[in-house]
Design a protein around this ligand. Structure first.
Ligand code: FA5
Length: 347
């Protein structure tokens, strides 16, 4: 073996030894540069091949290439080994303890009033009604006049109003949707809608009154609609919302847009009608106002009252929710206290 061969074999041995004990990737990269780099000993030998004899050249050339490849291979193998170790270490550090209890994800839910409105909507949709919505900023004409309440009618005082101009106000009830819907049907029935929405009155806020609250209006106009149809629909409604055992009673009342007008009471769902704090000892709870659509209302909105009749009702979902869930103050609905709302997440 000549000097060059010995040198190459020595390089191979040294490289293997160093690679074997390399501790990290940086260390290994340094070794690659040191042994195989452009200025490294093997490159130097290969560059000097021209100076060798014809016989030596292929032998040394072959050996130099073999040594270079062998060192390259062992570095690659070691590199893979170090990378694997690094990965294992990282995984070890990032280990997830699947037995730890999870963090609760807080989800939103419907507001109690939205739930009550949906419940009522679902029921009436099932009875063939459709849901309509109308403007909260309303014309005096639809809010009052078209509902048989001309300008100086004393019954306008029943609902203290927020006027914006002489002719525009915040609607005081959802009944204007009766006139708007009838008008849109151009004198042709049937009309069957319910209309939920916000309404506004100059009432002083207290436990049972708010200056802004919700109403759900109902209107059914067709040929041969009678008071008994109203009673039937309201009975279904009362049983659906307050329980199968509920009975209803209709008491005479007055609304300018219905004739006859009634107030509907339900038998108390707390005491079953014997008398308790909820029904103030009477056995009955007042729920809504209703009646047969006044002929003037039909006429003013383009319906012939000698052909068509109908019923209408209006209820306050706050009142329904307060009764059903024993809520004592209407202001809880509007102050968005999460502790209050969370109690009704599945209501
Ligand atoms: C009306 O508003 C009529 N438009 C209802 C109606 C419709 C009658 C169709 C006939 C035919 P009333 O003013 O009674 O009626 O109000 C209806 C409901 O709204 C009441 O039963 C009550 O639940 C609710 N309500 C009235 N004023 C307030 C208030 N200030 N705060 C909260 N709820 C109220």
């Amino acid at each position: 073996m000549n000097v060059l061969q010995e040198k190459l074999m020595e390089l191979r041995r040294k490289a293997f030894e160093n690679v074997e004990s390399a501790e990290d990737l940086k260390n290994l990269q340094d070794l690659r540069v040191r042994f195989l780099g452009k200025k490294g000993p093997i490159t130097e030998i290969l560059k000097g091949m021209g100076k060798l004899s014809k016989e030596e050249r292929p032998v040394i050339g072959q050996l130099a290439n073999d040594v270079r490849n062998a060192i390259g291979n062992i570095i690659d193998t070691k590199k893979a080994e170090l990378e694997q170790k690094l990965l294992e270490k990282e995984l070890e550090n990032e280990k997830i303890d699947v037995t730890l209890p999870g963090r609760k994800i807080r989800t939103g839910s419907h507001h109690l009033l939205a739930s009550v409105i949906r419940e009522v909507e679902d029921l009436f949709i099932g009875l063939g009604f459709s849901v309509a919505e109308g403007p909260e900023v309303e014309e005096d004409y639809y809010n009052f006049e078209a509902l048989n309440l001309p300008k100086d009618h004393p019954a306008r005082d029943m609902q203290d109003s927020f006027y914006i101009t002489d002719e525009i106000l915040m609607r005081t009830h959802t009944s204007p949707m009766q006139a708007r819907t009838l008008e849109a049907h151009k004198g042709k029935g049937p009309v069957k809608i319910i209309c939920p929405g916000k309404v506004y009155r100059r009432d002083t806020d207290d436990a049972t009154h708010s200056h802004q609250f919700m109403q759900i209006e109902g209107l059914c106009v067709d040929k041969h609609i009678r008071l008994s149809d109203l009673k039937g629909v309201l009975t279904v409604f009362a049983k659906h919302i307050f329980g199968e055992d509920r009975e209803i009673r209709l008491r005479p009342s007055f609304f300018p847009f219905t004739e006859p007008s009634v107030e509907m009471d339900i038998s108390c769902f707390r005491c079953g009608g014997h008398g308790c704090a909820v029904c103030k000892g009477t056995g009955w709870i007042e729920i809504l106002g209703a009646g047969m659509v006044h002929p003037n209302v039909l006429r003013m909105s383009g319906f012939d009252p000698s052909v068509y009749t109908g019923f209408a009702f209006g209820m306050g979902p706050e009142r329904i929710a307060m009764l059903k869930y024993g809520i004592e103050d209407i202001r809880h609905f509007y102050t968005d206290d999460i502790r209050f709302l969370n109690q009704f997440r599945r209501a």
